[in-house]
Ligand binder design. Structure first.
Ligand SMILES: [Zn+2]
Length: 315
């Protein structure tokens, strides 16, 4: 097992420079509308990737798209391909960034902070919980990271402050409030996916530790949605109007009553406070409101479905 891991690492490290050059070249050609040349470039990358790699799949798909684009271009002198590719382009960007993320993860600062982070939870609750909990926090941070990257905003690999928290640094200057809110909510959304995976494994195996992980992960992500300070909820709420804050407050109260989880009361209390702070945005953001509520409800669902109560830390 250790061997496979090491080889995978070598693979991405050895070829990463070549792949970087190829993808930069291809993307530059794409942006100039030279689709067939771009397709040629992408095909050069294929032999460097393992057959099973997501990137290989993506490149094959991309090659087809570029063919179609070139045909379209011939018939109508198309220039703005990005708008047409739409969601596929976004998905492609995320897959491409996968490689960037992998490389960033190897940065020493990240490794050190992640190792000490695991060590603390390991010492408190044992190895599987320690590694699992740290991995869930990592996935939360990657949610922010990927969302920042796919918007083309600069971000660094997550940094872990042992035992406390993790964060992703990114440049929010000049970014509209609702976009910042979406980046903030992407973390708890990714955290939900991680908690759901643990819950799924618990349902499959009956292993209580994964129920505890799912519950603890969901709990931590709801905690992060308290709309104050540097919590993700704090910055997301900056985009919400007074009425919208009231709506999320109401939803938090309902979720508190349904699940009996005090953390939803804390989210609600935060929103009571944010009803009276003088930081209302210029325009309301129904999209942010819906996103906020959906993420809260999804996390509540995981907590509701898992056995036990409280933060779910095994006793
Ligand atoms: Zn976060």
């Amino acid at each position: 097992m250790a061997g496979t891991l090491a080889c995978d690492k070598c693979h991405s490290l050895v070829y990463s420079r070549e792949l970087d050059t190829i993808s930069a070249e291809a993307k530059s050609l794409e942006s100039q509308g030279k689709y067939l040349e771009a397709r040629e470039q992408w095909m050069h990358a294929l032999p460097l990737l393992p057959k099973s790699a997501k990137q290989a799949e993506w490149i094959e798909e991309r090659a087809k798209q570029l063919n179609a684009l070139a045909a379209k271009q011939q018939s109508q002198g198309e220039t703005k391909w990005a708008k047409r590719v739409g969601p596929l382009g976004v998905l492609g960007a995320i897959l491409l960034k996968g490689k960037t993320i992998l490389l960033a993860l190897f940065k020493l600062k990240f490794l050190l902070s992640f190792a000490s982070f695991i060590a603390i939870y390991w010492a408190l609750w044992g190895p599987i919980f320690g590694i699992g909990f740290a991995a869930m926090i990592l996935i939360h941070e990657l949610g922010h990271y990927i969302d920042v990257q796919r918007r083309g905003l600069p971000a660094e690999a997550p940094v872990f402050i042992p035992g406390l928290m993790a964060y992703v640094k990114w440049d929010a200057m000049g970014v509209p409030l609702d976009v910042r809110a979406e980046v903030s909510l992407a973390g708890p959304l990714a955290g939900f996916i991680a908690a759901l995976a643990c819950a799924g494994y618990f349902a499959y195996s009956g292993n209580q530790l994964f129920a505890a992980l799912a519950r603890a992960g969901a709990w931590l992500n709801v905690l992060n949605l308290i709309p104050v300070w540097a919590f993700d909820g704090g910055s997301a709420t900056n985009a919400l109007s007074k009425v919208e804050r009231g709506i999320v407050l109401g939803c938090s109260a309902v979720l508190w009553l349904l699940t009996g989880e005090v953390v939803f009361f804390l989210v609600g209390a935060g929103f009571v406070y944010r009803l009276f702070t003088h930081d209302l945005p210029a325009a309301p953001s129904p999209k942010t409101t819906a996103y906020y509520i959906v993420v809260l409800a999804l996390l509540a669902g995981v907590m509701w479905a898992m056995p036990g109560a409280g933060v779910g830390i095994p006793r």
